[in-house]
Design a protein around this ligand. Structure first.
Ligand code: ADE
Length: 246
């Protein structure tokens, strides 16, 4: 059963390729895929780059070309839920596309002809990832001086869209619109809902862990690159190491 570890950016899974046994790199669809054995499991590492279309292409390639049977996405996100702080970790229970709006033909956020706005993550894989996140954060948490408090692990809905949310007013507007549609998001990012939809189409179990790099507010554009280059990969490694060993 091969497992795909998917991220948007190299920094979000840095260090894992170097730990693979029998490592190989393959170029496909303009992307580099890494393959090998990690802690006894066959894994395929992939970098989607940013945005929903890039993520959907990569997820499709992972399934069609590399035959993966499970996909775990690891990366960073902007915290929009109450109490979701920089350095916390969010494990997604499901996804909604905050920029999907075919109203009045379909309800706002509903993906046309799917009859749904929300795509749930696989519950068993998500439960394992949540356990791994709790263990990984407590083993790696001490490394990070960003926090005034110990990093917390949250589990809930994540909203994806082709927008980097970088103003507090925009984050509030987005949250209010989602709430009006019956959705309460913990975080925003730019890929998860696309991968969730592809995995739904193919019947592939999918789970996501995101470290909060910024609060999707007026300093998000400063906090995001700092966090990605300094902390993101260490969290990813700590959590995913726990995950593959389970
Ligand atoms: N990923 C990390 N931070 C984000 C933000 N503020 N908006 C969208 N995607 C993000």
């Amino acid at each position: 059963m091969s497992l795909a570890i998917l991220s948007a950016l190299a920094e979000e899974q840095q260090g894992i390729f170097e730990q693979l046994q029998q490592p190989r790199r393959v170029l496909h669809a303009g992307r580099e895929f890494g393959m090998g054995i990690w802690h006894g499991q066959t894994v395929v590492l992939a970098l989607s780059r940013i945005g929903k279309v890039a993520a959907a292409t990569t997820a499709t390639a992972l399934i069609e070309k590399f035959g993966v049977q499970r996909i775990v996405f690891t990366g960073v996100a902007g915290g929009v839920g109450e109490g979701v702080q920089v350095g916390d970790v969010v494990v997604a229970s499901g996804f909604v596309q905050h920029d999907m709006d075919a109203a009045p033909l379909f309800p706002t956020f509903e993906v046309p002809l799917y009859g749904r706005a929300r795509f749930d993550c696989d519950s068993a894989l998500t439960a394992m990832l949540l356990e791994a996140a709790r263990a990984g954060v407590s083993s790696a948490g001490g490394l990070f001086s960003l926090h005034q408090r110990a990093p917390q692990v949250h589990c809930g809905l994540v909203a994806s869209g082709d927008r980097f949310v970088s103003a507090a007013t925009e984050a509030q507007r987005l949250q209010a619109a989602l709430r009006a549609g019956g959705f309460d998001a913990l975080a925003v990012e730019m890929e998860g809902a696309a991968v969730a939809q592809v995995c739904h189409d193919y019947g592939i179990p999918f789970a996501v862990v995101r470290t909060i790099s910024d609060r999707a507010d007026d300093t998000a554009h400063v906090d995001f690159p700092t966090f990605v280059s300094t902390v993101a990969s260490r969290y990813a490694q700590a959590i995913l190491t726990e995950f593959v060993q389970r």
